[in-house]
Design a protein around this ligand. Structure first.
Ligand SMILES: [Ca+2]
Length: 327
C-alpha cells in the first residue's frame, strides 16, 4: 500500500514535470511564404515570395546583400505581409571580409510597415514603423559604449524616431548584446521571437545547435500585416553580408485570450527603452555665476543648520517623553 502510494506519487510528480509548460507554450509551423530557403530560385529567375533591392546578388548558396566593397546597399524583402500574430524568424547569415580590424557596417532584420525602401539605417529607411534588429559590426562612437562590437540590438519605432548612427542607436535601443559573429567558420544564426508582447533575440554562433539568449524585452506591441526584410550596408568600411536562409515559424499559443484579438491596427510601441548608456557630451559651461554660487552656499548652510536645530529639538523632546514614560 505504502509502496503503491509512493509509486503513484512518483508518477504524479514525473507526469507533472513532463506537462509543465515550456517557455514557448505553442506549436510551431514553418511558414513557407515568409521563408527564404535553398534552392532560392523557383521556375525561371524569380525567387518565390521575395523581392530584392540595391546591390543584392542571388547565388545558388547565398543571397549577398553587400559584397566586401565600399558604399553598397542591399536588401531582401518578403512580398507577403505577415498576418501571423506570434512568430519566430531564424536567420542564417554570414558576415565575412578581408578587413582584420576595420570592417562594417552591418546588417539589419526588419519587421516594418513599408518594405522596399533603400535608406540610411543599415540600407533601409529611417523613421520606420515597426521593429529592427541590428547586427552592427562597426562602432561609430567607441568611447560612448561600455560594450564591444559587433553588437546586436533592437529598436521599435512608430515613425517618429531617428536612428542615430553617430551613437550606434544607443539611445533608442530596447536591449542588446555583444556577439562575435564575424569571420567565423561555423554557421551563424539569429533568432527573433515575438510572442505575447515579448521580444526575444538569441544568437547561435559557436557551431552548437543551440541558441544563446541575447536579450528579452517585454511590453513590445507590434501589429500584424507588416513585412519581413533583411538589409545591409557598407560605407568606407566593408564586408560581405550574406543571407543563407530565413525560416519563419508561426507560434500558435496553446491557450489564451489573445488568440481572438485583432492586432492589425496596433501602433508599434515599446514600454521600456534601455537606460541610456553613458555617453560623453561636451561638458556644458557652468551656468552659475559668482554671486549665485554664494547664494546657494548660504542657502545650503542655512538648510543644514535648520536641520541640525530641528533634529536637536526632536531628540530633546523624545528624551523628555521617555522620561515621562519611565517615571
Ligand atoms: Ca555602427
Amino acid at each position: 500500500m505504502a509502496f503503491n502510494f509512493f509509486l503513484s506519487l512518483t508518477l504524479v510528480i514525473s507526469l507533472s514535470t513532463e506537462v509543465l509548460p515550456e517557455v514557448l507554450e505553442s506549436h510551431e509551423y514553418l511558414k513557407r511564404e515568409h521563408s527564404l530557403i535553398r534552392p532560392y530560385l523557383g521556375t525561371g529567375t524569380s525567387v518565390p515570395y521575395w523581392d530584392f533591392l540595391g546591390n543584392t546578388m542571388v547565388t545558388s548558396n547565398f543571397v549577398r546583400l553587400t559584397a566586401d566593397v565600399q558604399s553598397q546597399k542591399g536588401a531582401v524583402w518578403n512580398k507577403v505581409p505577415c498576418n501571423v500574430r506570434y512568430w519566430e524568424v531564424q536567420l542564417q547569415f554570414k558576415v565575412h571580409g578581408s578587413g582584420k580590424d576595420l570592417f562594417g557596417d552591418g546588417f539589419a532584420f526588419w519587421y516594418v510597415k513599408d518594405p522596399m525602401r533603400l535608406g540610411d539605417v543599415f540600407g533601409s529607411m529611417d523613421y520606420f514603423n515597426g521593429l529592427v534588429v541590428i547586427a552592427d559590426t562597426y562602432s561609430n562612437h567607441n568611447a560612448a559604449h561600455k560594450h564591444g562590437h559587433p553588437y546586436v540590438s533592437a529598436m521599435v519605432n512608430n515613425g517618429t524616431l531617428h536612428y542615430d548612427h553617430d551613437r550606434d542607436g544607443t539611445h533608442t535601443q530596447l536591449g542588446g548584446c555583444v556577439s562575435k559573429f564575424r569571420n567565423i567558420n561555423f554557421d551563424t544564426y539569429l533568432s527573433i521571437r515575438y510572442i505575447r508582447d515579448t521580444l526575444e533575440v538569441r544568437t547561435s554562433i559557436d557551431g552548437g545547435q543551440t541558441y544563446t539568449g541575447c536579450f528579452t524585452v517585454v511590453g513590445v506591441a507590434l501589429p500584424t500585416g507588416y513585412y519581413f526584410g533583411v538589409s545591409a550596408v557598407t560605407g568606407d568600411l566593408s564586408d560581405n553580408h550574406d543571407v543563407i536562409a530565413i525560416k519563419t515559424y508561426d507560434l500558435v499559443p496553446l491557450e489564451g485570450a489573445e488568440v481572438l484579438e485583432d492586432r492589425s491596427h496596433l501602433v508599434p510601441s515599446a514600454l521600456n527603452f534601455e537606460a541610456p548608456r553613458d555617453h560623453v557630451d561636451d561638458p556644458k559651461p557652468s551656468m552659475l555665476t559668482g554671486w549665485k554660487k554664494i547664494a546657494l552656499l548660504v542657502i545650503g548652510i542655512a538648510g543644514i543648520s535648520g536641520a541640525v536645530i530641528i533634529g536637536g529639538l526632536m531628540y530633546a523632546k523624545q528624551k523628555e517623553n521617555q522620561r515621562k514614560r519611565f517615571y
